[in-house]
Design a protein around this ligand. Structure first.
Ligand SMILES: Nc1ncnc2c1ncn2[C@@H]1O[C@H](COP(=O)(O)OP(=O)(O)OP(=O)(O)O)[C@@H](O)[C@H]1O
Length: 603
């Protein structure tokens, strides 16, 4: 038998186009060829189980070999092989027409780069790295003759008899001059490790089996122990600390999905994690770019998702709209929420201990996915400055009595820095108020969302106003100064400070409060926090200072009674500096002056 022919393609020469498209990610050729070898092996096993093949199938392997002298890379399988007719049908026709369709579909769309690594390029991706490809194959079918197909990357092929005794297929790539890197063992090892680490058929390279054919996600959770999950995590991310907990995903209707998702110890910053979720299709690694496949908050998780039902040969914008992808999202979101709910209900103490590591994740989820919010509102926690934890329904009940304003809003007080706001926190505690700690990156967004969702609840920073005004009750402290005195007092401070950006007021406070209290209005605080989350959003608004003079502090009367103006102004300055100091706002020359002055008072 000897036959020559022309591969039927519409495009004159398709290979240069494929090469150009895939220039930046050549490595996928090996994944494609090994995946074909796995398919061929699995098919033979299936045929054997159906009684259509009676050879031995228990030890079928795939072997990858390099021949440096001949500059070849060979992928050999012991799968079902192909007859000459099948080669003509599957390789010459189907494969190349598939490639033509691919090129036709995407040539004008400018999204080739995005598709790389997603589109199953199949057998012809071999031509990205090879000048010539040989297929030497023998079909499992009785009396099938072995055949040798060869093609040099033009549309011409040759098909002739071969001498091959065992059933299976060898794909021999004669590497082109630009691709000699694939003759290096470490390069091939690296690619196999990336794409083929969990393939279901043993793959031998350089004398060793490189894959784990039974990764835990394909097993039933009942067969697995905690150690198995931890061991697998290490296999995926060798340099990472142990995860907190995990969920095993396993569905086969209405879509197919397996996987294990781990909760890492998420820190207080939404940073780009280098341990990403890996996406597989039937144990073949596809990508770590799961951006359009799982909701952003779930990308903080680690682990593996394996689904043949995620369409990988479509553009990314289409992916998000795909109904399977939507269902998969909903499913994973629900599973994750259920797991957190279970942990919370089963052992609240241990859940509270883990809270700092899952807080950001839960809040991010609540902010971005309504469905997650609905579930998470039962297990999201508030932490007080004294490290006590309360749920969203418990906390307003706890503070309602003392912290309800005249309009029946429950005012929830918070600090974002326990050390820096200690003075304000202590003032609140003296009034019997409770203070939460909101020091996370997303907290300002989170408060706003809660205010929208919860009925009659408002959040206020402990330093948003003088303590007695925080709750906004109608009854106020009585002032020890009349209006004239209040105006005079304000004038003394204005003259002493001479800063037009400061907004002054005189407020009757308790006599044990400071003579001057600096506050930052709640809305300004939030604008700042938001601006910090969006570094490119331009300058944050000016931090306008509000200075409240305590009408009831003994200093007020004293200032009014001092005749000597310079003494009066010096005292007012000192009181203002103390207020700045309590807000960590005294710095530079003003701080130096204050310290020097204070030093003279201790000798
Ligand atoms: N090693 C092999 N052993 C047996 N048949 C093979 C082998 N490699 C390829 N084939 C046959 O050639 C066909 C075309 O292969 P190709 O890789 O181009 O596409 P595919 O595997 O069907 O799809 P995909 O584009 O997703 O890879 C396969 O469907 C299979 O029938």
């Amino acid at each position: 038998m000897q036959e020559k022919g022309t591969i039927s393609v519409h495009s004159e020469n398709i290979f240069p186009i494929i090469k150009k498209f895939l220039y930046s990610d050549h490595d996928v050729f090996l994944r494609e060829l090994v995946a074909n070898a796995v398919d061929a092996t699995q098919k033979l096993k299936q045929l054997a189980s159906l009684g259509e093949y009676d050879g031995e199938v228990s030890k079928l392997r795939i072997q990858i070999t390099i021949n440096e002298k001949l500059k070849t890379l060979t992928i050999s399988d012991q799968g079902l092989g192909m007859t000459a007719e099948e080669i003509k049908e599957y390789i010459n026709q189907v494969a190349f027409s598939g490639a033509t369709a691919f090129v036709e579909k995407y040539k004008d769309k400018g999204q080739q780069q995005q598709l790389i690594g997603f589109f199953g390029l199949g057998f012809y991706s071999a031509f990205m790295v090879a000048d010539r490809v040989d297929i030497i194959t023998k079909s499992y079918q009785k009396d099938a003759e072995s055949v040798h197909w060869t093609c040099d990357g033009s549309t011409a092929f040759e098909l002739r008899k071969a001498v091959k005794k065992e059933v299976g297929t060898d794909i021999v790539l004669h590497l082109n001059a630009d691709s000699e890197e694939f003759l290096q063992k470490h390069k091939i090892k690296e690619i196999l490790n990336r794409y083929c680490k969990f393939l279901p058929v043993e793959i031998e390279f350089d004398g060793e089996v490189i894959n784990n054919t039974q990764p835990i996600w394909i097993k039933s959770p009942s067969e697995l122990k905690e150690e198995d999950y931890l061991k697998f995590y290490k296999e995926l991310y060798p340099f990472s600390p142990d995860p907190l907990f995990w969920i095993h995903l396993n569905v086969d209707y209405p879509f197919n999905l397996t996987g294990v998702l781990y909760f890492p110890q998420v820190t207080q910053k939404l940073e780009h994690s280098s341990n990403k979720i890996q996406l597989y299709a039937k144990q073949v690694f596809i990508t770590e770019e799961v951006k359009d496949i799982v909701p952003p908050f779930l990308m903080l998780l680690h682990g593996v998702i394996d689904s043949p039902d995620i369409p990988l040969n479509v553009s990314r914008s289409y992916l998000q709209a795909d109904s399977n992808v939507k269902k998969i999202n909903t499913y994973i979101t629900k599973k994750v929420a259920d797991k957190l709910d279970e942990l919370f209900k089963k052992d609240r103490k241990s859940y509270e201990e883990k809270w700092p590591s899952i807080e950001l994740f839960v809040k991010y989820g609540m902010l971005t996915e309504d469905k997650f919010y609905e579930k998470a509102k039962d297990f999201v926690l508030f932490k007080t400055v004294d490290s006590e934890y309360f749920t969203l329904s418990e906390y307003p009940e706890r503070v309602k009595e003392k912290q309800t304003d005249s309009e029946q809003h429950t005012i929830i007080l918070y600090a974002n820095n326990v050390d820096k706001q200690d003075l304000y926190i202590q003032a609140c505690k003296r009034r019997g108020f409770d203070v939460l700690l909101f020091d996370g990156q997303l907290d300002s967004h989170f408060l706003e969302t809660l205010e929208r969702k919860l009925d009659k609840v408002r959040f206020k920073s402990v330093d948003a106003e003088p303590v007695d005004k925080l709750i906004g009750k109608s009854e106020q402290q009585a002032s020890l100064l009349d209006e004239k005195e209040q105006n005079k007092l304000q004038d003394i401070y204005k003259q002493a400070i001479r800063d037009a950006t400061v907004v002054w007021s005189v407020v009757p406070m308790a006599s044990d409060e400071l003579p001057v209290v600096i506050t930052v209005p709640e809305f300004v605080k939030r604008l700042h926090a938001m601006a910090q989350l969006q570094p490119n959003a331009g300058m944050p608004p000016m931090l306008q200072l509000q200075a409240a003079i305590n009408a009831n502090h003994p200093l007020a009367k004293k200032l009014l009674s001092i005749g000597e103006e310079s003494e009066q102004l010096a005292l007012a300055r000192k009181a203002y500096q103390l207020a700045l100091l309590s807000q960590n706002m005294l710095n530079g020359a003003a701080l130096t002056e204050f310290i020097k002055e204070a030093a003279t008072t201790i000798v």
